[in-house]
Design a protein around this ligand. Sequence first.
Ligand code: SF4
Length: 235
Amino acid sequence: MLIDKLRLLDELAAEIKVCPKCRLAETRTQAVPGEGSPTARIMFVGEGPGEKEDLSGRPFIGAAGQFLNSLLAKAEIDRKDVFIANVVKCRPPGNRDPLADEIEACNDYLMAQIAIIEPKIICPLGSPSLRTLLGPDLKISKVRCKVFRKNGILYIPLYHPAAALHRQELQTTLLQDIMVLKELINRDILEEEITDLTPRIGVECAPEKAPEAVQPEAIKAEPVKPAESQTLSLF
Ligand code: SF4
């Protein structure tokens, strides 16, 4: 199983490294597929590679990555036991935010990594990753450290380490949240601790057509029961 996951991740990384699917391919030095344990129980997902990552081909090796390492060490989580990836695998020029079509073009790679690794918890790091994975209206300051489920996958959003580097007051918060993550990774998460964001797909059927007007001579017939409105739910 470990060998299979390794092989699949390696094959995916090889594909990402030569991917031409969006304009970021034209400006990247190297794509940054992600790295870590193929059987990781925690997967961190950032927004996109920065300059150092673009040059090295490795995720989270700049100042934010070093800070994340120090927080993981304080929580006694080994970086080698987690998997770290990004929403887009190539650096947006000038560290601009990735555009919607770039995120969409790259999404299959992230979904494939999640499907291969099957982590217990995915941590979107910062707002862009949070919005990509869980919904465009969510605010990281409101939902950080809460447990969400979407399409059967558990998520705990966290502040991005780069944000905590720039805003000192977030550093303690991020460390506390990673401590909570450590606790949750080692125990069963109760149903009441989870907010389910899985979209519900329901189709409201139009009420049945009203019966034809009944002729007076047919009044002796059985009364027609009113049609019940129906909901076809796929869940
Ligand atoms: S960002 Fe993703 S989709 Fe775009 S070129 Fe890089 S790997 Fe391909």
